[in-house]
Design a protein. Structure first.
Length: 477
């Protein structure tokens, strides 16, 4: 069949009501007659915690590449996020970053932007915009338990649905839901490898690289107005002999700071609230602990051990069935320390939309899967390229080429502390707006050879206005 599928209206089924699921629905809603989102839990009506998203308690941000992709998928959503309290962060103008090579300068000319907010708010704003479409529906208390079809074409999913007030396994009924396109956006818990095996598709390659980092996070009432307040981050240095540690403060809605601290085996944070700020003081610089001493804790400490990088190489399979796509953490999940996850999801969904505009034609699913792999590959190179150099990492050891590349990246990072041009080139890659290969352009190579053009900063760079606010808080204390 050489034409787009003729029967109308076509139906898409999305497995998972997460950010990936909502953006998948946004990507295909204009190409099909209906979108059915299968979600195992109830969805909150407002910016509240959603069951099944434990990572929501930790800091999240949208990189520039993700901001652009999200806005293209859902025009106006970035302004809506900002109106709801999310913060637009000019890069590096409103960032106080301590890299292993030194403090990055807060260049007055912003070249990129981040969006910071609680995960609950981001999910809510995106979910609200997607679900206002009358032909996008959510079927809650339902779980996908298998695929319909065969190794050549997937024709739907088998789902189990529980009634109101019934727990998993109680009063469940199983039904078949036919679809022209099935999108797996079920996250880290995806059962896609098993489902493919049931269809007779084997040989799936998988990578897992785990630095062993543990995340501890907490919300604080900020001691200063957060509008215009910078992101603060102390990055881990894999060259140090002690266990790696890092931390960050993101300004979010409601004049709050969202704080996450990370530590590798032998130096991991705990749930103990009394130990949270002392742990922050053990980082490579005490700036985060100094700021938290002025703030008011609002929540207990939340912990997660799920920080491994895991990737399935669906795009490499010799056969891939028509009518099936995997997106988001179902394909690749990243160490959250680098803040790439949400942006990779948005870029993958944008790739899906671009290709689906041509209709549900033969070969579409394979082309989409390969297109989704491109932003995944860029983020994978960044995250794994850093994690493999921690002494606690399992799953892969750095080879000679990895060490050589790391030395070059370290040189670029050092140069970026005193060179606007190099800082911009490095930020292009870190915010997923340029591929890592752009760092070997002649101009970038030359700037790395020359080195930083300005002397290194001796400490964190705050503006006079920010310092005055902090001095006022200390005075009141």
């Amino acid at each position: 069949m050489s034409e787009a599928i003729r029967h109308s209206p076509a139906r898409a089924v999305v497995i998972g009501g997460s950010m990936a699921g909502m953006l998948a629905a946004a990507a295909v809603k204009d190409q099909v007659g209906s979108v059915e989102i299968i979600e195992s839990h109830d969805l909150p009506e407002g910016p509240e915690p959603r069951v099944g998203v434990p990572q929501a308690v930790h800091i999240h941000l949208l990189q520039s590449g993700g901001v652009d992709a999200l806005e293209e998928l859902l025009p106006g959503v970035i302004d809506q996020l900002a109106a709801s309290g999310a913060h637009r962060i000019p890069v590096t103008t409103n960032m106080v970053i301590y890299s292993p090579e030194g403090w990055y300068r807060r260049w007055r000319r912003a070249t990129h932007r981040l969006m910071t907010a609680s995960r609950d708010l981001t999910d809510h704003v995106v979910r609200e915009q997607v679900l206002k479409e009358p032909h996008v529906n959510v079927r809650t208390r339902s779980r996908a338990v298998g695929l319909l079809g065969d190794g050549c074409r997937v024709t739907g999913v088998r789902i189990r649905t529980s009634g109101e007030g019934e727990g998993e396994g109680e009063g469940e009924r199983e039904t078949e839901l036919r679809a022209d396109l099935v999108i797996d956006a079920s996250g880290r818990a995806s059962r896609m490898p098993q489902w493919l095996a049931e269809l007779g598709i084997g040989g799936l390659a998988e990578d897992r690289v785990d630095s062993g980092l543990v995340y501890a996070s907490r919300m604080y009432r900020a001691p200063v107005p957060t509008h215009g307040w910078p992101v603060v981050s102390v990055n881990a240095d894999p060259r140090l002999p002690e266990p790696a540690s890092a931390g960050g403060i993101l300004p979010i809605e409601g004049d709050r700071w969202h704080v996450s601290l990370m530590g590798a085996p032998g130096g991991q944070p705990t749930r103990d609230a009394d130990a949270f700020e002392p742990f922050a003081r053990t980082l490579r610089h005490p700036i985060i602990a100094d700021l938290l001493a002025l703030a008011e804790p609002l929540t207990d400490v939340s912990i997660t051990h799920s920080t491994a990088n895991r990737r399935y190489y669906y795009e490499r399979l010799r056969t891939w069935p028509e009518g099936l796509v995997a997106l988001g953490d179902s394909v690749a999940a990243f160490n959250p320390m680098y803040g790439q996850g949400l942006s990779v999801i948005a870029q993958g969904a944008l790739a899906l939309r671009a290709l689906a505009r041509g209709g549900l034609v033969p070969g579409l699913s394979r082309r989409v899967q390969r297109a989704i792999a491109r932003p995944v590959e860029a983020a994978w190179a960044l995250t794994v390229g850093q994690d493999i150099h921690f002494a606690t990492t399992t799953g892969r050891n750095p080879h000679f080429t990895d060490r050589l590349l790391q030395r070059y990246v370290n040189r670029l990072s050092l140069t970026a502390t005193g060179s606007f041009r190099t800082a911009t080139a490095l930020t292009d890659v870190l915010t997923l707006q340029s591929p890592p290969t752009s760092l070997v352009r002649p101009g970038v190579l030359l700037s790395a050879l020359v080195g930083p053009l300005r002397p290194q900063l001796e400490g964190p760079q705050f503006t006079p206005e920010e310092l005055a606010l902090l001095d006022g808080v200390r005075g009141r204390s």
